[in-house]
Design a protein around this ligand. Structure first.
Ligand SMILES: *[C@@H]1O[C@H](CO)[C@@H](O)[C@H](O)[C@H]1NC(C)=O
Ligand SMILES: *[C@@H]1O[C@H](CO)[C@@H](O)[C@H](O)[C@H]1NC(C)=O
Ligand SMILES: *[C@@H]1O[C@H](CO)[C@@H](O)[C@H](O)[C@H]1NC(C)=O
Ligand SMILES: *[C@@H]1O[C@H](CO)[C@@H](O)[C@H](O)[C@H]1NC(C)=O
Ligand SMILES: *[C@@H]1O[C@H](CO)[C@@H](O)[C@H](O)[C@H]1NC(C)=O
Ligand SMILES: *[C@@H]1O[C@H](CO)[C@@H](O)[C@H](O)[C@H]1NC(C)=O
Length: 455
């Protein structure tokens, strides 16, 4: 879910220079009023460290290990982020391998899960160079570590893939992991969840599924084109007909006896808060949609934060001019990490070398009046109070969903998570307990006052 949280949050000299000459400036970092306490002077590194730290509550990291990684990271130095995470990943993976998993499966499982997270961390800032072989090798390492951990769960998740077809790219496969709440085959409520611009199924297991499973609800993670594993294994970037990703998975779920199809919800994190409503506009089998956070259009949010001169080039279809500006920013370490990362990662995730192509296609993945009019089920729209990176997207999504569809006001629920309770960062990172308490309470109502298990 690590969409850049605040592209131009100015905590460094370079950022201030950038802001002064090119675009809007934000208030400087002040620990007493910031949504998170920064573990790095580089606000984007701090954001991703918080994302990893948040997983500690759900077995995806350990606080001591993350705090140690933080000590080794140099602001704006992407290689230092790789080196610090990779060192920890290798050490923790070695611990996992050294454990006799027959004697102590818990120690092995926990270390494999953490190692997987740190391999992902090592990868996160390397995408500016699409030919970097580490993009593949690190991902293989994270998948290996995660799968070894998964095999040691009391109820291991089941990986699956289903055939899919998009008007844009033709045939491909959607992939998922089914995490059953119980080993029996009784039909249970089920939540299907995806990340957004950059997060993976493996991260989703910790940050969403653990909360969902603990209440006796099945959790199914999935990925489509542009998502980390599909992008690597099938060489395909994001597409706008996102329902072609999710609907074949729902077809598959409907064949399973352990899924109660009358209680199937679709959740999306970060940019997934845009993808989930798009999918639901073409499939009325979901009883509810959960957008954490609400997002109408990511392109719209970025337009507000990129240098106005660059957006003017884009608006006037100056392909060469826009590409030059974006490529220069991406390659220049004096610019803020947020903006460099979102361009570099985006080019990779959209499987393109052209910033103009990336930004154009990003704009095509958006909620719109036609889609919204066809979303028939209740929608939960979350807002994190001080998520500067997504601008007013949750408010815009809420407005569309209330006014743009039949009975919209009754069917749309809005909740703001606040900074005063540590939940004001993008996707309320680190406050997952608050997010799922409120979300599951709402969902219980949608499901006819459903009573959750204590699993
Ligand atoms: C990208 O990575 C490849 C493979 O490691 C390397 O040969 C190339 O020089 C890198 N490109 C840049 C611009 O750093
Ligand atoms: C809304 O989005 C869908 C899916 O991307 C697209 O097919 C359709 O043309 C869009 N409609 C409008 C009015 O933009
Ligand atoms: C509206 O949703 C239904 C099912 O939920 C789907 O079959 C149909 O194609 C959708 N129509 C439009 C215009 O998106
Ligand atoms: C670019 O176009 C968008 C959408 O038409 C508009 O909202 C925005 O103000 C324009 N920005 C600039 C800098 O021209
Ligand atoms: C990087 O950007 C700075 C402005 O932030 C500029 O002064 C410098 O010349 C740029 N470096 C390169 C190599 O383009
Ligand atoms: C969040 O803060 C707003 C005021 O800024 C307040 O109206 C709202 O009730 C708070 N929400 C929660 C869940 O505390």
């Amino acid at each position: 879910m690590g969409l850049a949280k605040a592209l131009l949050l100015c905590s460094s000299i370079a950022c201030l220079t950038f802001a002064a000459t090119e675009t809007t400036s934000w208030p400087p970092y002040s620990p007493t009023s910031a949504p998170i306490f920064q573990l790095s002077d580089d606000s984007q590194f701090a954001f991703y460290l918080e994302e990893m730290l948040g997983m500690a509550s759900y077995g995806g990291s350990s606080t001591g290990e993350i705090l140690r990684i933080a000590t080794q990271i140099i602001p704006q130095d992407f290689e230092s982020f790789y080196t610090a995470c990779y060192y920890m990943a290798e050490q923790v993976f070695a611990i996992a391998e050294s454990v006799d998993a027959k004697k102590d499966p818990v120690s092995a499982r926990e270390a494999y899960f953490r190692a997987a997270s740190y391999y992902r961390g090592a990868d996160f800032f390397l995408h500016g160079n699409q030919s970097d072989p580490r993009l593949i090798s690190l991902w293989d390492q994270q998948l290996t570590a995660f799968d070894r951990a998964n095999a040691l769960l009391v109820i291991p998740g089941e990986r699956f893939s289903v055939k899919a077809h998009s008007e844009e790219i033709g045939d491909y496969e959607s992939i998922g992991i089914f995490f059953a709440a119980y080993p029996d085959n009784s039909a249970r409520p089920t939540i299907l969840v995806s990340g957004g611009y950059d997060s993976s199924q493996e991260e989703g297991y910790h940050s969403q599924c653990r909360q969902i499973l603990s209440r006796g609800v099945n959790c199914v993670t999935y990925e489509g084109p542009g998502h980390p594993t599909v992008r690597r294994q099938q060489n395909i970037g994001f597409i706008s007909d996102w329902w072609t990703v999710a609907t074949p998975i729902v077809d598959y779920l409907s064949t399973r006896s352990d899924v109660d199809m009358s209680k199937l919800a679709l959740a999306g994190m970060s940019f997934g808060g845009c993808l989930a409503p798009i999918a639901a506009s073409h499939d009325d089998r979901y009883s509810a949609v959960i957008a954490i956070d609400g997002m109408f259009s990511l392109q719209q949010a970025l337009e507000e934060q990129f240098p106005p001169k660059s957006i003017a080039l884009f608006n006037s279809s100056n392909v060469a001019g826009f590409n030059e500006v974006m490529n220069d920013i991406q390659a220049n370490s004096t610019y803020p990490t947020e903006i460099r990362w979102i361009i570099g990662y985006g080019l990779w995730a959209f499987d393109t070398l052209s910033p103009f192509d990336w930004f154009t296609r990003l704009g095509e993945i958006s909620m719109n009046a036609t889609l919204v009019a066809n979303i028939s089920m209740p929608v939960f729209v979350a807002k994190a109070q001080d998520d500067i990176g997504t601008e007013q997207e949750p408010e815009i999504a809420y407005e569309m969903l209330t006014t743009g569809r039949p009975n919209g006001k009754a069917l749309t629920y809005y909740h703001q998570f606040n900074t005063s309770l540590g939940a004001g960062e993008h996707c309320s990172l680190g406050a997952e307990s608050q997010v799922w308490q409120v979300t599951m309470d709402w969902l219980s109502g949608v499901w006819g006052d459903w009573t959750y298990a204590n699993n």
